[in-house]
Design a protein around this ligand. Structure first.
Ligand code: GCV
Length: 670
């Protein structure tokens, strides 16, 4: 990093402080003071980043960066580090440069949070080796399920021009310990492997390398045909295997530390080994063999749902579990956190724990495809912590997060959506951190350390995801979204010719008796895919956690729940609770005005207005629709509907590929 970069950064910071805060600086808002004396005996691009960060930002006296070969540091592995205060100096120690880089960002984070840095004694080591982002960015600049503008990657400008944002992106990732990025959509264009695109990928890899970020690519399994002109992509065909080996050799010639491939195969129309009667393991292993000599890996997704069973929630397990132990050691099977598809709440996928002889990665979705896009404030760390209540981090090799960044000035659309990118990285480093402490540290760095701001907003963030669940899909309801865009409600949705499991009625199963999908032993028996002790709990109507009730059971409208209320009444109260919660968030935010710059205050306030509006829309749509089955009135305390079902059934949102809807597009009362 050169002097020009830093003076540019200084100028930019000053300008931003004077004029406005547009969210572009994320959680990295410290102003360069250029007063630290930093000692580092080794020179390298990565250590230059660390040294310059400290020299510009650190205000706590002398710092030493030391590469250490002792036992302590060896045990902390290739990314771990220590931070110690010794004889008045702050000493960062690690076995590798990457460890020192992470130590640097840790120290600067403490300073930004206003922590006491005078007597430090810290040891850190990441829980997972693989901590990657998945971009669902298409080569034409659109982003599948992206709500913050167009892709960051300006393919048409690369390789001639390299946007300054690439480095800022790498810096942000490194600051939270993310060490890899998959640049393109899993619905992959074969073009990404063309010579032309590989040159562009190389440019990005060069920018990311000093920040410890490896580049990976999503590949289309039919690339040997579409790009290479072969007549097949059969993984057992020698010519096909040779084509991949050649391609991999070409990639490593350009990018020696290339991470590997991510593959979506035989899923939602993507090609794969099953097209040739081969298994997922045979497909993955062929690619793994090509990557192995270079240390590359294959992340093979288990997001499949071919109708092998009438219950979609069972299908991935049925297809992948029998393959346990059949994958090469450089294949990671990448499993979404839940068995269906990133719903506001799902139980964990039973594949975790069921493939002990296969390295597994969990895939989380940071972008809010099913949680109000970038319009709704939904802090997702609480959801990811819920996953870890059931799945031991030590059973996983890595974590992937479908990221929410685009080319919007503030990166993520909603200023609070940045917290999800941040929290994803922090939890990928240490899943034992609490959602609450991550919220606090993010708020302190992103807005202000003033407790009068941090405390109430931590509370808002901690309650936010549950509020979304309540006004969208409480009590275990799932996938009752509008067709295609997954923004608003459409529990009544019918599309002639569509797959049954793409329609809400398949999931909610509402009828005059009750509501919910019966996955008990007498229903689809999905419960049996879980370990016995848990299967018994999920199977029992009495013991099943209520947050999963309608996921596992078809429950009578009159069934008494733990509150003593009937299912119908409880459902009404939950929807009302969601609406009330968002209104409470609005009130808290109003009180925060003195602590927030005008620009971000206004932007968040506007999005909260949309969210409050949407919560009512969800409540009315779902309760009015389910009422046609329950035939019951709203209980006392639940607001009467603002919209009629007839009105809501007419709503069709013109949703674009990269921005969330504006308030003008949403259903409104005249
Ligand atoms: C990238 C869901 C999304 C798709 C996505 C798919 C996947 O179905 O709606 O947009 O495609 O998951 O994870 O592959």
């Amino acid at each position: 990093m050169n002097k020009r970069f830093w003076s540019g950064l200084c100028f930019l910071s000053l300008a931003l402080t004077l004029w406005a805060e547009d969210g572009s600086r994320l959680w990295l808002r410290q102003t360069p003071v250029n007063q630290a004396s930093v000692c580092c005996l080794v020179t390298s691009p990565m250590l230059t980043v660390a040294r310059e960060e400290l020299a510009a930002l650190w205000q706590g006296g002398e710092v030493d960066l030391q590469l250490c070969a002792d036992e302590t540091h060896r045990r902390l592995g290739k990314e771990g580090y220590t931070i110690r205060t010794s004889e008045g100096k702050t000493v960062l120690g690690a076995a590798t440069e990457q460890g020192l880089l992470y130590a640097t960002y840790h120290l600067l984070r403490l300073q930004a949070e206003g922590a006491d840095c005078s007597q430090l004694n810290i040891q850190e080591k990441p829980a997972f080796d693989i901590r990657v982002l998945n971009h669902w960015d298409n080569l034409d600049g659109t982003i599948e399920r992206g709500y913050a503008g167009r892709s960051l990657w300006k393919w048409e400008e690369l390789t001639d021009s390299v946007s300054a944002r690439y480095r800022e992106y790498a810096r942000a990732n490194a600051s939270v310990g993310i060490n890899g990025t998959v640049l393109n959509n899993v619905n992959a264009s074969p073009e990404i492997l063309s010579e032309d695109y590989l040159q562009k990928v190389r440019k990005l890899a060069d920018v990311f390398r000093p920040y410890g970020i490896k580049v990976y690519l999503s590949v289309n399994f039919a690339s040997p045909m579409k790009l290479g002109g072969l007549s097949t992509a059969d993984p057992l065909d020698e010519e096909v295997a040779r084509w991949w080996k050649e391609k991999v050799r070409e990639i490593y010639g350009l990018i020696p530390d290339f991470g590997g491939f991510l593959v979506k195969a035989n899923s939602e129309g993507q090609p794969g080994p099953c097209d040739y009667g081969r298994t997922h393991a045979e497909g993955a292993n062929m690619l793994a063999e090509a990557l192995k000599p270079y240390g590359g890996i294959v992340m093979w997704r288990a997001f499949v749902y071919s109708p092998s069973d009438a219950d979609r929630a069972k299908q991935a397990y049925l297809e992948f579990q029998p393959l346990d132990g059949r994958f090469r050691d450089n294949v990671m099977v990448q499993v979404k956190n839940g068995p269906i598809d990133f719903q506001p709440r799902e139980p964990y996928s039973p594949l975790f724990g069921a493939m002990p002889h296969t390295p597994l990665m969990v895939e989380f979705q940071i972008t809010q495809e099913y949680l109000g896009h970038s319009n709704h404030l939904a802090y997702l760390a609480t959801m990811w912590k819920e996953f870890y209540r059931y799945v031991q981090p030590s059973s996983l090799k890595g974590v992937a997060g479908v990221v929410n960044v685009g080319d919007n000035v503030n990166w993520c659309g909603h200023d609070f959506a940045q917290a999800n990118w941040y929290a994803y990285g922090r939890l990928a480093w240490n899943p034992d951190l609490s959602a609450e402490e991550i919220a606090r540290e993010w708020l302190a760095q992103t807005f202000t350390t003033d407790r009068r701001f941090v405390e109430p907003m931590t509370q808002v963030m901690m309650e936010s995801r549950e509020a979304v669940v309540d006004y969208m899909m409480p009590l275990g309801l799932h996938h009752i979204f509008a067709w295609g865009h997954h923004y608003g409600p459409e529990p009544w949705c019918k599309v002639p010719g569509a797959r049954a499991d793409w329609l809400p009625s398949y999931y909610h199963q509402a009828d005059k008796e009750g509501l919910g999908f019966d996955r008990s032993r007498t229903g689809s028996d999905a419960v049996s895919q879980y370990p016995d002790s848990l299967a018994r709990v999920f199977d029992s109507l009495e013991q099943c956690p209520e947050e999963y009730l309608l996921w596992f059971h078809h429950v009578k409208w009159s069934q008494k729940l733990r509150s003593g209320r009937s299912l119908w009444d409880e459902l009404c109260y939950k929807y009302q609770q969601g609406v009330d919660d968002v209104r409470a968030f609005q009130r808290v935010w109003k009180e925060m005005q003195p602590y927030v710059d005008a620009e971000r205050y206004q932007a968040v306030a506007e999005r909260l207005d949309i969210q409050a509006h949407d919560a009512v829309w969800w409540k009315d749509a779902c309760l009015e629709y389910f009422r046609t089955f329950s035939k019951q009135p709203y209980p006392k305390g639940v607001e009467p509907p603002v919209f009629t079902l007839k009105e809501l059934k007419k709503v069709k949102l013109p949703i674009s590929n990269y921005e969330p809807p504006t308030i003008e597009m949403l259903p409104r009362k005249k």
